[in-house]
Design a protein. Sequence first.
Length: 115
Amino acid sequence: QVHVVESGGGLVQAGGSLRLSCQPLEPSFSFNAMGWYRQAPGKPRELVATLSGGGVTNYADSVKGRFTISRDNAKVYLQMNSLKPEDTAVYYCNLKRTYYGNSYWGQGTQVTVSS
C-alpha cells in the first residue's frame, strides 16, 4: 500500500494563487505518471492536470493558462494562479508507477475561492 500525502489547500480570494503539493510517504515508491483531480460538492471527480514521466502535460480546458503541474523528485506540485470561485473543490493527487499501473490517491485537500 502506498500512502499519498497532499498539502497546500486553503481559502483564497478570487484572483489569488495557491500551490498544492503531494508526495508518497514511502520513499521507495517510484512513479512515472501523476495527476491532480478535483471534486466539487454534488459533482463527479474531474481531471485537472496530468504529467507523464516523459514530461507531457495535459490540462482541463477550464484551467489552461492558469494552472501548472510540475514535479521535483518525489514531489508533485500544482501551481494555481488567477483562481476563480468555480475552482472551489477538494483536490486529489494521483500517483502511478506506470501509465497503466495501479492508482494511489491522497486524502484530498480543500481549496476554497471566495468572490
